[in-house]
Write a protein that binds this ligand. Sequence first.
Ligand SMILES: Cc1cc2nc3c(=O)[nH]c(=O)nc-3n(C[C@H](O)[C@H](O)[C@H](O)COP(=O)(O)OP(=O)(O)OC[C@H]3O[C@@H](n4cnc5c(N)ncnc54)[C@H](O)[C@@H]3O)c2cc1C
Length: 404
Amino acid sequence: MTEDRDRHSTRYAHLGEALGTDFFFVREQFTDEQWDRFIAVRKFVDDEVLPDIAEYWEKAELPWHLFRRLPELGVVGEDIQGYGAAAMSPLACGLVHMELHRGDGSLGTFLAVHAGLAMQSIAMCGSDEQKQRWLPAMSTLDRIGAFALTEPEHGSDSVALETTARRDGDHWVLDGAKRWIGNGTIADLVVVWARDTDSGDVLGFVVETPAEGYHAEVITGKVSLRSVWQSDIRLTGVRVPDENRLVNARSFKDAARVLASTRGTCAWMALGHATAGYEAALRYATERQQFGKPLASFQIVQERLVRMLADLTGMQLYCMQLARLADAGRLSPTVAGLAKMHNTRTARAILSEARDLLGGNGILLEHHVVRHWADIESIHTFEGTETMQTLIVGRDITGIGAFT
Ligand SMILES: Cc1cc2nc3c(=O)[nH]c(=O)nc-3n(C[C@H](O)[C@H](O)[C@H](O)COP(=O)(O)OP(=O)(O)OC[C@H]3O[C@@H](n4cnc5c(N)ncnc54)[C@H](O)[C@@H]3O)c2cc1C
């Protein structure tokens, strides 16, 4: 009986493995560097991530053994040049995020927060000395980063943040609260955005933990991205030396500059989740028999799979063009915003279809789809919700701002 149940429960466990969907042959355009990064991460996901991740997700535990593999794969540090960082081309960077999220959203989000937000804040807003001081150890994950912008009362309107920074001799004193901060309880270096009490400008500080007055608590009860932790942070008179103030972070625009660079990454993340959903549904439909035939032999099922493929292919083309524009230095925040909006919305629809096509098996963690279905909800929300991206693009095309 137990053996029979085990056989049934593992029968579709391979559903997460890559099928390599590429209906429009976009991969023919990859360079060797892009192929190498893509294939290395794909193999890592299939061989090492998929067998383990559901258990970590269910228990809401951090898969440290998988986090530690990221520097070994040479994918930490986005496009940052030097300091031991990955120095990836925009397309390679996108492919890495796509494949990690095809495997698991928590793993991908851990890297996106550490490298895409924390390392990029230092790379974009730090002095040469600050980059030299912090980036090399971050590239090897010897020091972990976090990015603290959102507050309990300010999410979409983070421009109105209330955390204060008061100058006190050669130090600054930080007071306030932050919410939803990825890696906030495990980070060694937390980039905190706070308002100068004198000028009213938003400045960026690197808080090195442990620090007196810095208190972070994991947000529990989360049903999305369970294997990466976000936290509530309290800053009570945290003293930061002036040498830890990011010298080129002079206003909220600089925090927004960092976020704009990662918005396109969210479109790639969504593509990874959607790919996982489509490929699992296709495989399942060819293997699962009902009414004496594979599900895939029914016209309605074929139509649903083809609609998913059409949407997925559209997402791939969006991402390819994002990478081309980034390569040419022409990727604007609004173009990246449209891609994030389109891809997270489309991924949600694909994952909903995929979950349904797996029937009851679709709600079991061992078949992967429901994990992606839950995880896409976070990507849909963080770094600017779908609605906020829509309003940003709306302002661009109409010339009329519908929010401040
Ligand atoms: C899993 C996860 C990880 C995160 N990681 C980080 C992190 O590492 N660092 C960090 O700083 N932040 C992080 N965030 C915070 C994230 O960026 C915010 O959750 C996001 O910006 C939305 O803010 P909010 O949750 O306060 O929602 P709200 O801003 O309260 O929005 C609620 C709803 O109202 C809508 N809305 C808001 N304003 C308008 C408007 N003007 N017109 C119409 N609709 C509107 C929104 O679209 C949304 O649907 C994370 C969030 C999550 C969920």
